[in-house]
Design a protein around this ligand. Structure first.
Ligand code: UDP
Ligand code: MG
Length: 315
């Protein structure tokens, strides 16, 4: 059987500290797989520089200069965020290989899981998800927010693989299908389950970041989570309708009560009740408009269909 040609694709944003270590680890992995005749000798590593402001691109160019058989690079014209950078890498590698494995540039994704991914690919899987077997290395905050987010997504009916980030193997044909998903608000983790074909899981233990700092501060994480929800579910809009109906029912009950008090000769009291109602309803309405606005904002961005990334240079 012909050996599969594999590309490792890794997005990098200001990774000058991590890249020297990562590139060596990736190259060792690729070479050992080539030597043990598990993958084709032309298999490579592609780094995407996501508009870094540090020395990342120079390091990538140097790697390519010294070892063009192993390293390639794509430089985006500016920082477009992890999902767009990864997409740029997947699309750049797609025509040259049988399957791509995407992974972070900080060695948090265990490269030893790659062997099993390739085994599963050879046995017919078109997508192999790397799934974390534990969250020991996470802070309590990250652990609990992640769990809440997965539960929330599931309750909204969004198909996604729990504890899977973007460490995954995807076959060339899956990437051809991915190209037809033109959304600007990209949340790839939930797109792949929709593509279908034979999908498998490989468990791995996530390491601590090798060098440098996390490039995913809380606001970027929240943005990704909102994209995940609004790109795949309209249930929040239905929740607003249900909430509106519930408030109408409640107001009918209160009206009947006040009518009863009046008819039985009393005087309805309730200045504080009125004040609370105004604040409550004001808040509910503003939140609802905000949720609707979030979707309108998404529609606005999608109708423009601007390019998701611009490639400045390739080596
Ligand atoms: N990354 C990127 N563009 C960004 C932010 C991050 O390409 O705007 C890359 C980053 O270089 C790394 C991967 O995405 O390879 C995951 O980021 P990071 O390790 O900082 O996230 P964390 O593991 O802390 O969630
Ligand atoms: Mg990381």
């Amino acid at each position: 059987m012909k050996l599969p040609l594999i590309y490792l694709v890794s997005p990098c944003y200001n990774e000058e500290d991590a890249l020297p270590i990562t590139s060596k680890a990736f190259a060792d992995k690729i070479n050992s797989l080539i030597n043990s005749k598990k993958i084709a000798a032309e298999s490579k590593i592609l780094f995407v520089d996501d508009g870094s402001s540090d020395d990342t691109w120079n390091i990538i160019k140097n790697l390519n200069c010294k070892n063009p058989k192993t390293f390639e690079g794509v430089k985006l014209s500016k920082n477009r965020g992890h999902q767009n950078a990864l997409l740029a890498g997947l699309m750049a590698a797609k025509e040259k290989c049988d399957a791509v494995i995407s992974l972070d540039a900080d060695l948090q994704d265990d490269i030893n899981a790659i062997d099993e991914m390739i085994e599963k690919f050879k046995n017919g899987a078109q997508i192999v998800y790397g799934v974390r077997s534990d969250r020991q290395n996470d802070t309590i905050f990250k652990k609990s927010t992640a769990l809440i987010f997965y539960k929330f997504l599931e309750s909204l009916g969004v198909e996604s693989v729990r504890n899977h980030a973007d460490f995954r193997l995807t076959s060339r044909s899956v990437l051809n299908d991915l190209e037809n998903f033109n959304e600007v608000n990209l949340y790839m983790r939930a797109i792949f389950p929709q593509i279908g074909y034979k999908q498998e899981i490989v468990y791995y233990s996530r390491q601590l970041r090798d060098a440098g700092e996390s490039k995913y501060p809380f606001n970027k994480m929240l943005g990704l989570a909102i994209d995940g929800v609004t790109s795949f579910s309209v249930k929040p809009l239905r929740v607003i309708t249900t909430l509106g109906l519930a408030i109408i029912v409640a107001s009918i009950v209160v009206t009947l009560y006040l009518l009863y008090v009046k008819l039985s000769g009393g005087t309805p009291q309730g200045l504080s009740f009125i004040a609370i109602s105004i604040w409550l309803l004001g808040g509910v309405q503003m939140c609802s408009i905000g949720i609707v606005g979030e979707y309108i904002g998404k529609i606005y961005m999608e109708t423009k269909a601007r390019p998701r990334y611009i490639i400045e240079e390739t080596v």
